[in-house]
Design a protein around this ligand. Structure first.
Ligand code: BDR
Ligand code: CA
Length: 308
């Protein structure tokens, strides 16, 4: 089944991309968006990842900014270059000439009703594609998204998770599009860290290879920071959880079908994920909200991808 990965690499985006590509997911393209770092960095990082794992996947540059929201980045988490500020060889490969938005529409015509999208950054590319082609939603099979919250616990604004807060209008357009959505919210990520011990189950020797060593270098500071902030140690890799459930649906241990919308106004509420748990709106569920995951399974997938 063909997939597009839409991402803003990003350390956890890197884990998601490596996992899908190395475990044989049929990824037809990487669609890159602004987010954790400006687009020039997230695009460069996507090309670095492609070369690190020797993948031939085509990479497309998408939108450099949100629809209305002033630029937000997450350099304090992902580093100034957006991917842990490691030393990289200069990249040899280039992004494709076509814009990511046009590529998404084109792929939807090549695989009508069969194309799915894993989107783990601000949803600008997808929203602009939906606006540009009002028939696009009918041709997309499924969206798996990392974004939003399940209980209004923000990580960027008081109530806003980064991907939704970085482009609330885009998130609203995507949630309203009528495409089946599986959503991994921030709280699920916070509660489901993968530990180093889980990753090392099966031995450390196999992790002595360039891909695993790059991943471990990329995440070293993140491990420390997570421990300082949360008080316990582990890999807080949100986008990896979404990728893992694409590769193995049994990763999900708890989920609920709900109607969810994104608030685009308000003094404090912009970017909030409004969720109708109590079924008060009369609206049909549009989101399968993932509330629990099996971190042993996630760790096993990541390990497999790092030693493949
Ligand atoms: C999300 O924001 C980004 O920093 C991560 O890559 C992830 O997609 C978590 O809120
Ligand atoms: Ca991301």
């Amino acid at each position: 089944m063909p997939w597009i990965i839409d991402a803003d690499p990003g350390i956890d985006d890197a884990a998601a991309i490596i996992t899908c590509l190395r475990l044989g997911c049929d990824v037809v393209a990487l669609s890159i968006v602004h987010g954790n770092s400006p687009l020039e960095n997230t695009l460069l990082n996507a090309l670095r990842l492609k070369e690190l794992i020797g993948s031939a996947v085509p990479v497309y540059a998408g939108c450099p900014r949100a629809i209305l929201e002033p630029r937000r980045n997450a350099g304090e988490i992902h580093g100034q270059d957006g991917m842990g500020d490691l030393q990289w060889e200069p990249v040899q490969s280039k992004a494709e000439a076509k814009h990511a938005v046009d590529m998404i529409i084109e792929q939807s015509h090549l695989h009508p009703g069969n194309l799915s999208i894993l989107a783990v950054g601000p949803l600008t590319n997808l929203a602009v594609a939906l606006v540009k082609d009002s028939t696009l939603a009918q041709r997309i099979k499924e969206l798996v998204l990392m974004g939003g919250t399940s209980g209004a616990r923000g990580n960027t604004t008081i109530v806003g998770e980064f991907n939704f807060a970085a482009d609330p209008e885009a998130a609203a357009i995507v949630l309203e599009a009528g495409i089946p959505i599986t959503l991994v919210p921030w709280e699920t990520c916070l509660e489901n860290l993968v530990t180093l011990e889980q990753l090392q189950t099966g031995g450390t020797e196999a992790l002595e290879n360039p891909v695993a060593e790059t991943f471990l270098a990329m995440t070293a500071e993140l491990l420390d920071r997570t421990e300082n902030v949360l008080g316990y140690r582990g890999f807080l890799l949100c986008d990896l959880l979404a990728a893992a459930l694409v590769m193995d649906p049994l990763v999900v241990t708890e989920a609920v079908d709900v109607f969810a919308a994104v608030e685009t106004n308000g003094t404090y509420g912009r970017g909030l994920t409004a969720i109708d748990y109590a079924k008060l709106s009369g609206e049909q569920p549009n989101v399968n909200l993932v509330l629990g995951v099996d971190t042993d399974r996630v760790a096993a997938l990541l390990r497999q991808a790092l030693i493949a």
